[in-house]
Design a protein around this ligand. Sequence first.
Ligand SMILES: Nc1ncnc2c1ncn2[C@@H]1O[C@H](COP(=O)(O)OP(=O)(O)OP(=O)(O)O)[C@@H](O)[C@H]1O
Ligand SMILES: [Mg+2]
Length: 491
Amino acid sequence: MNEKHVLVVDNENLVCWSLAKMLKRIGHATEIANTAAAARLNLNSFTPDLVILEAALPDADGLQLLTEFKSKKPGLPVVVMTSNFHSNLAFQAFSLGADDYIGKPFNIDMVERTVQKILVKQNQDNEINPEKKSLRKKYEPDQLVGNCPSMVDLFKTINTCAQNDCKTILVLGESGTGKELVTHAIHNQSARKGAPLIELNCASLPENLLENELFGHEKGAYTDAGSREVGIFEQAEGGTVFLDEIGDMPLKMQAKILKVIENRKFRRLGGQEDIETDVRIIAATNQNLIAMVKEGRFRGDLFYRLNMMSITLKPLRERKKCIPSMVEYFIDRLNGEYGRSVEGISSHALRFLMAHSWPGNVRELRNSLERAMMLEPGNILSTDNFCEFPGTEHLREGGGSCGCSLPAEATIVLPPEGISIEEVEKEYIKQALSRYDGNQTKAAKCLGLTLDTLRYRRKKFGLEKYPSKPSSISSPPVGKKDRGSSTALPG
Ligand SMILES: Nc1ncnc2c1ncn2[C@@H]1O[C@H](COP(=O)(O)OP(=O)(O)OP(=O)(O)O)[C@@H](O)[C@H]1O
Ligand SMILES: [Mg+2]
């Protein structure tokens, strides 16, 4: 067997050492990560063929990391190990997609057999399907595309920011408009390209872990700090730190970030010395920071500092002229990813896409095309492959309908005093979520929305936690007309 890359994720050095020694003996390269943060970085830079993952990590739940890895790289085998051996954890690990489970203390020969078995199977899988494999291109992030005037302006702004080495940049825009891609483009077009771009989602960690991730710590800084660890600001030296979802950063951390921006210095947790840093900070959010400043939820001083150079991405509904070039790009990309040879989209279907309002923006467009390509066995996508958009039924080829549409007997009468469409929409979403006890897939299907769109609207209407417990609300009796239930979801 060729040399494989095995990533060992455990904070116990002795365990890592003994696994690395065994792996080297049987001819595989090993990388060790003592924390979840280091493991995440290695996932991209080391591109492992197998991960051996401890379930209890100092900075994250290993099973959470398992889910994360499996969603990013579904074919990557992960073996979970733990000393807190109890059958429930093994069950949880397997149900989250673990490929095997090892209890500690382990017998190293047994681990060797487990590793070999998985890697041999992986080799065989690749050999069985060589054509499919060669048809698939290596995954690379999307390129920013679009040829409408606002995208052309955006490309110029990205170039200016990159060339002028602006030290702080704020990227604003609704979810799915491409903030992450813009960040990558700025980094890759700048002289910082050779140094790392390190991303931190500020909404994903509680305040103390956020601080640890960003600034690192000295040995003994807190009970579990067994050794010195450098944080993102040191790891990204010379490059870029991307603070995603900055609107969710706790106020105390905001003050610390402002200090770093102003002084270009920081301290590790428990450290006595200032460390100078040369990184570009790009912050992004889909929240309204001005409103948050007014409400005291975001520091005004940090906002003004970040906003000195800001890029606002327009929602897709305001740059629909970009849609044809994006469609072409995504079909081409998805052909590569799935080994397909879809040639294009019917002009009718394109009109259909131009008529939609794209609340989930480019992400929704990409997902819709991906779904359409799964549904369409032929080489041209038609409107029938895009049946999920409500309000565009009249554009469908042959006037047919698909999915769930309003029942024939339903009559919707605009009340004389008018009505807020948003309220109606919110009410329907609540009812669908209640009906399916919060099951988003079923609720989205029932409303004729994509999952992304439902998620987006749930967030927009503050319904993320709705319903809080299984609902007992049932749909109204069919045929019974009641003014009070004019927004009742058809059964
Ligand atoms: N101009 C574009 N060209 C090509 N792909 C794009 C473009 N804009 C967005 N995308 C694609 O849309 C999806 C969402 O993009 P991205 O993650 O950058 O959005 P975002 O603004 O960061 O969203 P969120 O606020 O939800 O994190 C990705 O698949 C991305 O590749
Ligand atoms: Mg993003």
